[in-house]
Design a protein around this ligand. Structure first.
Ligand code: IVH
Length: 675
């Protein structure tokens, strides 16, 4: 059966709406609606597309979640080669670039566009008839990999261009060039996830970007938070483009392409120097890596006149900022024990200033990495901040190696408990396999208490060390039998902090199952896998009872995770720990099985805004759902209640304007208690 015209119309309407909101959120950073309203548009569109498969379209916003995995990438030749740029490192070289252009183009007024040189992966993006058609990596400059499926998942890459300029006809073809990059926040998250899952972490955001683009499974790429910035038009057919690069960038931006708002039009060379100086400091405020500036002639006709060398255009140059590196010495190398027993070598450095902070430790990642770089105690090394975050050892200074230096041996035992260190064949980490290793216990408890897991306020690593060393706590179940007096007797611990901690531990008993599951620190079970399991089983008991085959019926749970889960629950110690937590009253039911329907909540729509004292946003929204209500992201006439915490802003004013009932956190509690 084919879709009726009303359905077709609604599908188009939904796609346009979602495109509009995608642009507002991802390109302009000025969202107009909340997550829930957006999600409801998206789920309506998904439903209509599933019910009416003939309406499927490659430029539908539903196509961003990733498709079937590829077997390999196709190699594609670039229509216009992707050249690189000449680099300069000093003002003198920059002036020389300008003077050379002055000699090539005498009597011309030379204007430039100064752009940030974003540290990512160069990409060519094709649009045909205004629709996203293909994305190809730079490769060797003349041919690259077709990464269209992965690029489609990048939220600020428009799947269809907007034609505000009226220049994009149905036979228009356009190739733009840009950079795909990973913002620091996404980089941190990706690495956290990899650590949780026992995978080696990415060294820097650029590696993380190229690793993500090379994933054959675009569903995984979709979660990596990649972004695009567009900086050149490389080719166009049936579109009339202005002569000035600055104007072209404006046109690209008006088409919905993400063009950097930090570009500067420089009317003369002095303005180029100012822009370079402005961003040398300014780049540190950005949430992505910038390794220099690119200076380009503004006029395309002057660009044509200047031409190319065999490697690079004469009309553009990259000005590289000083890499944030420093030289120091490795005093010693420690081995850190992670929560799953992974042994990570960490260098203790002679303290050195680097990108605004003092660095005295740097991770050496794993023993393969140490061997590859031949890093030893006593070595003089170059350190650098990866993507301005993690200090890392780039290389050793071989000429300054002490005569008696010895290679770092491979671990045979755990440095803390002396238990066996074992390296599973398909892994990069050596692991301490002693189940009662106190170092592992500390890390496991730290993970258990962390924000995304059980979120226990006031339980930091220093306190955990004290608790474990004093013998008060051996595993996370022991937390639930801690007494206020025991705690208050600890060093640097007053009555008040002891009481706060006991309250924090008590409050953690009601956390959702997915948080508890994540907090258990099961090898390969990160936040996402924990959520999937919690959504697909009724309780901890049901998960513990499932065999690998049953676990793998959950989409995205593969054999590696399934086997690890089975192994975890088969362990006698796990059984004991879980039994003790259950006895203490820790929630082990999945949210979907608990509805304490409350007549004050049933069928009512709530909007939560501002900061609450006793709840995180997610917690209060989950509670509303558990009680039978709906939690929405935006206020409308249909909203029944707005729960307003501290610093509530526009949603609160809108509620007042529409006469929607506003509740304080206390009034919300009363409503819950039936008041
Ligand atoms: S223009 C012929 N502009 O830097 C024009 N490149 O070293 C070539 N890059 O391969 C590129 N930001 O991947 C240009 N605003 C920008 C850039 C930029 C980063 C990268 C790009 C290029 C490399 C050149």
């Amino acid at each position: 059966m084919s879709a009726d015209s009303a359905t077709k119309k609604r599908v188009e309407e939904l796609r346009d709406l979602i495109r509009h909101h995608d642009r507002k959120y991802y390109v302009e950073a000025a969202p107009e609606i909340g997550d829930r309203e957006y999600d409801s548009l998206m789920s309506e569109l998904k439903r209509l597309e599933t019910e009416n498969p003939e309406l499927a379209a490659s430029d539908s916003p539903t196509q961003r979640v990733g498709g079937e995995p590829l077997v390999e990438f196709q190699t594609v030749a670039h229509r216009v080669p992707m050249l690189s740029l000449d680099n300069t490192y000093s003002r003198e070289d920059l002036l020389e670039f300008h003077n050379r252009l002055g000699r090539l183009l005498p009597d011309e007024k030379l204007e430039y566009v100064a752009e940030l040189k974003v540290d990512g992966v160069g990409i060519s993006v094709w649009y045909e008839g205004g629709v996203f058609a293909r994305a190809v990596t730079r490769g060797d400059g003349s041919k690259g990999d077709d990464v269209t499926a992965n690029a489609r998942t990048i939220r600020n890459l428009p799947l269809r261009l907007e034609d505000r300029s009226g220049r994009i006809s149905s036979d228009a073809v356009m190739e733009v060039r840009g950079e795909i990059y990973m913002p620091f926040e996404s980089f941190r998250k990706a690495n956290e996830e990899r650590e949780d899952e026992g995978e080696p972490i990415f060294a820097n955001p650029r590696n993380a970007t190229s690793g993500s683009l090379k994933l054959l499974d675009s569903k995984i790429c979709a979660r990596r938070g990649l972004k695009l910035v567009v900086y050149e038009n490389a080719h166009s057919e049936n579109i009339e483009l202005p002569d000035e690069h600055w104007e072209i960038l404006r046109l690209l931006s008006a088409s919905g392409l993400p063009v950097s708002p930090h570009n500067r039009l420089c009317r003369n060379f002095d303005e180029v120097v100012s822009a370079v100086e402005e961003w040398d400091a300014g780049r540190r405020r950005l949430d992505f890596g910038v390794d220099g500036m690119v200076l380009k002639l503004n006029s395309r006709s002057l660009r044509d006149a200047a031409g190319f060398t065999s490697k690079a255009p004469r009309w553009a140059i990259a000005y590289k900022y000083e890499p944030e590196q420093a030289e120091t010495r490795i005093v010693s190398i420690d081995i850190q024990v992670g929560k799953t027993g992974a042994l990570t070598p960490v260098a203790n450095l002679e303290p050195v200033q680097l990108a605004g902070t003092t660095v005295s430790r740097a991770t050496l990642h794993n023993f393969d990495e140490v061997a590859r770089k031949d890093i030893r105690e006593g070595d003089t090394v170059i350190v650098q901040k990866a993507g301005e975050i993690i200090p890392q050892v780039v290389q050793i200074v071989a000429s300054r190696r002490p005569a008696d230096s010895k290679p770092l041996g491979l671990p045979i035992s755990c440095p803390v408990c002396g238990g066996d260190a074992v390296k599973p064949e398909d892994e990069v980490y050596y692991r301490c396999v002693n189940p009662v290793c106190p170092a592992q216990a500390k890390q496991r408890i730290r993970h258990f208490a962390s924000r995304h897991a059980m979120d226990i306020d006031g339980l930091g690593i220093a306190l955990i060390e004290q608790l474990v060393d004093a013998g008060l706590v051996r595993d996370y179940a022991d937390l639930y039998s801690l007494k206020k007096d025991e705690l208050a007797a600890l060093e640097r611990m007053g009555e008040k902090s002891a009481a706060n901690l006991v309250n924090g531990i008590e409050a953690s008993k009601t956390r959702e199952l997915r948080r508890l599951l994540f907090g258990l620190g099961i090898l390969h079970v990160g936040e996402r896998a924990a959520r999937l399991l919690a959504e697909n089983f009724d309780s901890m008991d049901a998960i513990a009872a499932a065999d690998a085959e049953r676990l793998m019926t959950v989409h995205e749970i593969g054999p590696k995770i399934a086997e690890s889960v089975v192994r975890f629950f088969a362990n006698e110690r796990t059984k004991d720990v879980l039994a003790r937590m259950k006895a203490a009253g820790v929630n082990m039911q999945s949210e979907k099985t608990q509805t304490e329907a409350n007549p004050n909540f049933t069928g009512k729509t709530f909007v939560v805004t501002g900061t609450m004292k006793n709840y995180s946003r997610t917690d209060i929204e989950n509670l509303i759902k558990t009680l039978g209500g709906r939690a929405s992201g935006s206020v409308s006439k249909k909203t029944d209640y707005v729960v307003a915490g501290e610093e509530a802003g526009s949603k609160l004013s809108k509620a007042r304007q529409l006469g929607v009932r506003v509740l304080s956190e206390e009034e919300f509690e009363k409503l819950r208690e039936g008041g």
